[in-house]
Design a protein around this ligand. Structure first.
Ligand code: ZN
Ligand code: ZN
Length: 361
């Protein structure tokens, strides 16, 4: 699998008129090699695949990447110097590098060390491959979603008036580990009452859950290298009437967006489907972010489902669909599920209840 991924990149070298490509993003190195450590870079040429690392990882690399050529840098040699000297010694003329994961400092050091080699910025090559998940990746995503769902059900059973946002976030993180996750896929968002109007609220110790409060929880699990991302809203007591219509508009927007998902549909169409429902309900200005994004090894991956993205969906993509309405100082509603694009349409991978009659604690 890793082999085919590397071959696809190598096949593209000629198109970019480069004779080598440096992969410096740790996530991309893991995707292309199966290596689970860090501080390690990959150099691909037409006939060589070389992993460049340091002594801390030599045993791990032998175990995880037995089929790859491994170069262990001398102690103290900066990574860009190691790459540059290697590229020079291989006689490369034009070397591609990942502009999004190379700092300006590293670029200058690499340029100095890579004598006689022209550096060529590349962007999004591995990320484009990563948008389409294979069967094993889809299985690991299902597992990460299952862990998140099990942890949420524990939290839901425990949650009661008087606890703070931070208590709830801490409980959720522990529950994710109990259910097999290596941790949360990002620091969970737990927002009570009016703070639910902040799409990326940080849990505080001051926010105490009251008797008739909204609870917005956005969380995910890191499973075997892959991450889930979900949002649910709960309420203590009954939903306030003003938020009933908000909740129903968000739920309908999400349903319409999901119903439109199939291969060939443009990413922006999915955003437009959700947005039109929220606009018709009169809440257009309060839906202030894109409707979703890819998930995988990173919690935010390509494609972004926003109004300017013309690229077509493809079978094998796994996307979040997460419309929201945020009324400043009053509260907010977001519902987020993880959805697999299939040949015929889509499959919603996350299964937690979300109809209005299920959200009261
Ligand atoms: Zn989320
Ligand atoms: Zn998300």
């Amino acid at each position: 699998m890793n082999f085919q991924r590397r071959q696809r990149l190598i096949a593209g070298l000629a198109t970019d008129e480069v004779d080598g490509l440096v992969i410096s993003s740790e996530t991309n190195v893991g995707y292309l090699t199966g290596f689970s450590g860090d501080s390690t870079t990959l150099l691909l040429t037409q006939d060589r695949v070389i992993v460049i690392s340091d002594g801390r990882f030599s045993v791990q690399l032998d175990q995880e990447c037995p089929d790859l050529e491994i170069l262990i840098r001398p102690i103290g040699q900066p990574m860009p110097v190691g790459i540059g000297e290697l590229a020079s010694s291989l006689g490369l003329r034009r070397l591609g590098f990942e502009s999004q994961s190379t700092t300006v400092d590293d670029f200058h050091t690499l340029a100095e060390a890579a004598l006689g080699v022209e550096l060529v910025a590349t962007k999004g090559k591995v990320e484009a491959l990563r948008t389409i998940k294979d069967a094993d990746e889809i299985q690991t995503l299902r597992e990460a979603i299952g862990m998140a769902e099990a942890a949420f059900l524990d939290l839901r059973a425990w949650l009661r008036p008087g606890v703070t946002e931070k208590d709830a976030a801490d409980f959720l993180e522990a529950a994710l580990r109990t259910h097999g996750a290596s941790g949360a896929s990002f620091p969970p968002i737990v927002a009570f009452g009016p703070r639910a109007a902040l799409p990326h609220a940080r849990p505080t110790s001051e926010g105490v859950l009251g008797n008739r409060d909204l609870v917005l929880i956005d969380w995910g699990a890191s499973g075997r290298a892959y991450k889930s991302d979900l949002t649910r809203v709960l309420v203590t007591g009954k939903v306030a009437p003003e938020f009933e219509s908000v909740y129903l508009a968000v739920a309908e927007a999400q349903q319409r967006a999901i119903a439109a998902i199939r291969p060939g549909v443009m990413a922006r169409t999915i955003d437009a489907e959700a947005r039109s429902v929220i606009e018709e309900a009169g809440f257009g200005p309060f839906f202030n972010h894109a409707v979703g994004h890819g998930i995988g090894r990173d919690v935010h991956e390509a494609p972004v489902l926003r109004s300017v993205n013309d690229s077509p969906l493809q079978a094998g993509m796994v996307l979040t669909i997460e419309p929201g309405i945020y009324l400043p100082d009053r509260g907010g509603i977001r519902i987020e599920d993880d959805v697999l694009v299939t040949d015929e349409g889509c499959e919603v991978l996350s299964k937690l209840p979300k109809s209005l009659d299920t959200i009261s604690l």
